[in-house]
Design a protein around this ligand. Structure first.
Ligand SMILES: [Zn+2]
Ligand SMILES: [Zn+2]
Length: 162
């Protein structure tokens, strides 16, 4: 541990200790103030320690702030440890959904059924890998790409029959 880390650790320790003291003192003062306020109200007296509430709450606030800073690393680690399994579970839950969506997309764009035999072929296949039938017809008039079984171009209406 170098000098800087030591200083940092000391500052953290200071924050933790004084955070505890400040919070405890704040709670005690607030309790005293409220007890006095309600005790005095019950006896129709003027509360003389109600200022404790006003002193107690800022103290409590400062104490909690100091504790948060002092335990920042611990809190961060706790939050990370807590959220990591939750995230993993979440990923585990959505993985099948992602897989089925991606396979559906693949099917939609990646497979092309042969018009002759029904065999599925890659989207960019020009001929069926099972029967050799033409899967795509390039229109001689406009160059548009049509289904292998098309008789007329779906872009310009030209006949695709040879
Ligand atoms: Zn085929
Ligand atoms: Zn055409």
């Amino acid at each position: 541990m170098n000098e800087n880390q030591k200083k940092h650790a000391r500052k953290k320790l200071f924050l933790k200790i004084f955070g505890c003291i400040f919070s405890a003192a704040g709670i005690v003062l607030a309790v005293i103030g409220f007890a006095d306020f309600f005790g005095a109200a019950a006896e129709a007296d003027m509360p003389d320690k109600f200022w404790c509430v006003f002193a107690g709450f800022p103290l409590l606030f400062i104490g909690i702030a100091m504790l948060l800073f002092g335990f920042r690393k611990e809190i961060a680690r706790y939050i990370k440890d807590e959220s990591a399994p939750v995230l993993n579970e979440f990923a585990e839950d959505i993985r099948p959904a992602v897989r089925s969506v991606s396979s559906a997309v693949q099917e939609a764009k990646g497979e092309r059924a042969c018009p002759e035999c029904g065999e599925s072929n890659a989207a960019d296949a020009k001929f069926c890998n099972n029967c050799g039938a033409r899967l795509k017809k390039i229109c001689p008039a406009c160059g548009g790409e049509n289904d292998g079984g098309a008789k007329f171009c779906d872009q310009c209406g030209a006949s695709l029959e040879e």
